[in-house]
Structures are given as structure tokens and as C-alpha cells.
Ligand binder design. Sequence first.
Ligand code: ADP
Length: 424
Amino acid sequence: MKISGSWLAEVRRLFLVMFAGGLLGWTLGYPYIMVAAALFLLCCFWLRQMWKIRRWLSEPEEEPPESHGIWGVIYDRIYALQRENREARTQLQSSLDYLQDSFASMREGVVMLSESGAIEWSNASAERLLGLKYPTDRGQPLLNLVRFPEFHQYFLAGDFNEILQLVVPADQEQVLQIEVTPFGKGDKLVFVRDVTSIARLERMRRDFVGNVSHELRTPLTVIMGYIDTLLSTGVGGKAPMEKPLMHMQQQSRRMENLLKDLLWLSRIESVVAEEKLDEIDIAGLARKLQEEMQANHPERHLVLQLDSQHKVLGDYRELDSALSNLVNNAIKYSAEDSPVIISWCKDQGEYLLSVSDQGVGIDGMHIPRLTERFYRVDDSRNAKTGGTGLGLAIVKHVVAAHDAQLRISSEVGKGSTFTIAFKG
Ligand code: ADP
């Protein structure tokens, strides 16, 4: 029955009871009292129905009691809603079970945290990687159980844009990558990956490049020494020896620069995570570099624009090498009569160290790959400038180690600006 129909039936019942009470009262001579008594009985009936509903609602698993009229409709409606609710809950639970099953079988550690950082759920891999025991540790704050200082700092800072990589303090060999993803109303999903083997391979590659570069330097120095001696003693000055010897000297110098850059790159790569604690006077560094470069390139116009005296926490040698690579490039890739500008200023909360030239510029499509090792825009141009192809890779690593950003803007034929942006 529809609710409006049963409602009308209930109203009809009310009038019928009043009429019957009135009729009986009229024959007995107490019409008002009998109407009131009939209404009282009807109220008792309604109260009883309400009490039955209340009792049934506290036992939701039970079938609804038999009833007619509006009460029957109300029972049916509530029963249907309860069934829908139960079905939705079962469906939700099975999706949740499915999700938890897939997380549980993952090799990565997965931890679900509440808004306050307490553990809601964790999988078996989280026990292996972080030592968490589920369900024993449920409700405990994660930071009380995972005692990696780097993780504490990262978690409390609340900036999860970058993935954290750390060496486990208790086992210096193990390297973990931790990713935190906030969801819902401040809940968090923590993924933990064991990247020990990848980190070991990376270290082996770095050590290999460093060792090979180091080993090659000694024989190269001997060869260069002989070439210099042959040229200076005049033995090599006689044609046809002079030209090949000059060529050998030029190429061995290039090789020496390459080995120097490779060694330096492997050194800064291996200390990228070290905290920088020295206060570096960037304006002073730029002044010193300008003097040195001016002495080496007296024909060039090197302009300094120093609008800030701010000092940054960093490593002097690393910043010196980054800036000198940028200035060297600006000199190499611009015409002799055009200026090179080195500037240091504050802009919108950041400190910007820029090197600008009005040289050949770089096509936009090359910019994303420019800081890769040995990436060159134009090989023929590069052969002339004699670069190693490692300059910007060095700059990129120095910038990353200083928690800064490298920005490159350039236009072909107009010039380029390389900016290192330090956080304020
Ligand atoms: P290289 O030793 O070849 O200069 P870098 O890593 O320093 O190596 O630079 C990579 C490439 O980026 C260069 O080969 C050059 O093509 C381009 N490049 C770097 N700086 C500039 C600049 N200021 N103007 C134009 N091109 C540049």
C-alpha cells in the first residue's frame, strides 16, 4: 500500500473510532466521555505500535512484526532501507577487503595512518621494513615506533611532494624510499620501498667512474709531460712532427679536463645528501670569480649586479664550480663584443643567482635535457668550444645538493639566462 493511501485509512480509522465512541456515548447518555475514552484507546494502540517499532529497531536482524495500515507501510519502508543499507555495507566491506588483500600481498610496505598519525592498518612488508606489528600496533602513533630521525623531520615538515630516501640507522647497508600520500580528511598512506640494491648499483657506478678517472690521470700526465717536452725542446718543432704533436697536446688537455670534471662530478654526487652548514657570501664569490675570469678573458665585458648581501648555507667549492661553469658557458657561447652579466638579488622570497649572455641561445626543445651528461645542442659548435659536456650536469648536482632550483630561459639568437634560485 502507498503511504498516502494508508495515511487516509488511518484518518478514516480516527473518525470511525470517534463516531463509534460518540454513538455509544449517546445511547448511554455520556457522549463526550465515550468519545474521549475511544480516543484514549486509539492513542494506546498507536503507542503500542511505536513501542513495537522501537523494540524491533533495537534487534535489526529480526523480521518486522506483522502489522496493517500506516504501521505496516512504515515497517516495510524501514525494512527495505535496512536491507539496502546492509547490502551497501557488504559491498563496501568486500571492496575494502579486496583493497587490503592487494596491499597485504605487496612487496612494498603499506601503512594507513589516521589524521593524528596513528596506525590504522599495515601490511606484512611494513613489519619487515619498519618493524610494525599489525594488529598489535594499531592505534599507536607511527613516529613512536619508527625511530629514523630523517623520517621524523620529513613527516613533521608535512611537505610530501618529494620522496624521502634514507639509510636505515641500525643497518647502514639498507636504503629505504618512503612516500607519504595524504587522502580524505588528513589521513595518510605511507609506502615504503627497499631500494638497497638500486642504491648499491648506483654507488658502484659512481665509484667505477671515479676510480677509472683517477687511474687514467697518471698515464695521461706522463703522456702530456712527454708531449710538452718534445714541443719545448724543439724536437717536435720540426715539420712534419709539429702539427701532430700540437694536436695531441690539445686533445690530451681536453681529456685532462674531462677526467677532472668526471672526478668532481662523482665527488659531489656522493655527498649530495650531506647537510651544508657553511655560510657562503655569494656576492663575494661572484666578485672573486669575475676578477679571475676577467684576467683569463681580458677581451670580454663581465658585468656584476650585486643587489643582495645574503649568505646561503652551502659548500664554497661546489658553488664556485657551478658558477664558474655557468660563466664559462656564457663566455663560450656568445660573441666577443657582447656582455656577460652575473647578478645576485632577492625576488619574491627567493635569492636568485643568474648568469645572462646575449649569445647563440638554445632552442626550447633542448632545455629539458641540457643538464644530462654529455648532452650537446650542437656537436660541431661544441668541437670548437672544447667543452666536456659535463658542465651543466655538475651545476645540476650542486643545485640539488643546496636544495635550490636551476631555471633556464633562452631564445635562439638572443641569448640565455641560467638562474640558481635559493629558498629564502
Ligand atoms: P659543454 O662543456 O659542452 O659546454 P655543458 O654541460 O656546460 O657542456 O653544456 C651543455 C650544452 O648546453 C652545451 O654543449 C651547449 O650546447 C649548451 N649551452 C650551455 N650553456 C649555454 C649558453 N650559455 N648558451 C648557449 N648554449 C649553451
